[in-house]
Ligand binder design. Structure first.
Ligand SMILES: [Mn+2]
Length: 358
């Protein structure tokens, strides 16, 4: 663990143990929140912490704002998830009306890989209603700091921070790491590390990231299965829609800007899920001479989701913020609702604004 992380990790571990005791005293429940458009890091961080907290006897669940993507089913985390996106199961109504989860009072919230409720989709209102909140995040776009947060924009992933917190929990309890770091938790944190470091190839991969991966591997984390399931394995619809999206790439700003649009019709044609083009934006960033790559996809809700990636000079997070989004300097995103003129008009606006910055 980086020397700089030891103190805040210990502090957060102490707060989590306090929260755990409080939830148990009140015979209550704890919810762990993540961001919408879930990815390997937020799911891995949330489910890893949920597994750790359950070993401590805490009644806790991961609040899901959408269905778990099929390619994450290998993680074996179904029993940790609480469906808070489908009103028909009555869970959201019970929480809203009585503040209860399966009859237990909702006492504590923890959010990972996200700090603001407006990016939690259908779960945002339930994060807001919690009296006690803890936050572990590594997003640079965060605007506020407080005592209940641990934010490290330099960390590879939220999962790396959650792993350090877990190590400190074991230390504070005076027990061996494997008493809290279950094989599921180790695999979950590994998933976060592998996802956010692009399989340990991005610049955010530090010596301590690899050391953490080593310890996680010893406890049941498996780089090969994470890598296959989240990077290499492809449903046929993904393969096809991704190929079409790549064919539609247009180049601007003297070769520095690559952009593609994926209209709803393209997803429908291949009966594809919205994750069909997840691999396109980083592939576009690898085009020689490209500094900024942008994918605009039209969701079934009519919203347009943008992914922004950059190589070395362009601030993706600042660009995404122009449209109400955020993220990291090299990887960011935003979602636009009801854009007049639709996806092609939004693309024109994006090309104009991005070109000015390149
Ligand atoms: Mn992350």
């Amino acid at each position: 663990m980086k020397e700089l992380y030891a103190m805040p990790a210990l502090r957060m571990a102490g707060k989590i143990l306090e929260a755990a005791a409080n939830v148990k005293n009140k015979d209550g429940a704890m919810l762990i929140f993540l961001h919408r458009s879930v990815d390997g890091d937020c799911v891995g961080s949330a489910c890893g912490m949920c597994s750790v907290l359950r070993t401590l006897g805490v009644n806790c669940y991961v609040a899901m704002p959408e269905m778990l993507p099929a390619d994450m089913s290998f993680m074996g985390i179904e029993d940790l998830l609480l469906n808070l996106y489908d009103e028909s199961n009555g869970l959201m109504a019970e929480l809203r009306a009585n503040g209860r989860i399966y009859g237990k009072p909702y006492v504590q919230a923890l959010s990972v890989d996200i700090s603001e409720s407006n990016r939690m989709g259908t779960c945002g209102e339930f994060f807001d209603m919690a009296e006690d909140k803890l936050i572990i995040d590594h997003h640079a776009s965060i605007t506020m700091r407080a005592d209940n947060m641990w934010i490290e924009p330099d960390a590879s992933s939220a999962a790396e921070l959650c792993f350090y917190v877990t190590a400190k929990i074991a230390e504070l309890k005076g027990i061996a790491l494997d008493m809290v770091l279950t094989p599921i938790a180790a695999q979950c944190f590994m998933t976060g590390l592998v996802t956010d470091t692009g399989r340990f190839t991005y610049k955010n991969t530090k010596p301590e990231t690899l050391e953490s991966a080593g310890v996680l591997m010893q406890h049941g984390g498996d780089i090969t299965s994470v890598s296959y399931n989240l990077f290499d394995r492809k449903a046929l619809y993904k393969f096809r829609v991704s190929a079409e999206a790549r064919m539609r790439v247009k180049i601007y700003a003297d070769g520095k800007l690559a952009i593609t649009t994926v209209p709803r019709a393209l997803f429908d044609k291949h009966e594809a899920l919205p994750d069909a083009v997840d691999d396109v934006v980083s592939a576009m960033r690898d085009i020689e001479g490209v500094e900024t790559a942008i994918v605009l996809r039209e969701l079934s809700t009519g919203e347009i989701r943008a992914n922004v990636r950059s190589v070395s000079t362009f601030d993706s997070a600042a660009f995404a913020a122009l449209y109400g989004g955020g993220g990291h300097i090299r990887a960011a995103g935003f979602t636009v609702k009801d854009y007049e003129g639709g996806i092609e008009d939004l693309a024109e606006d994006v090309i104009k604004k991005a070109s000015e910055l390149l």
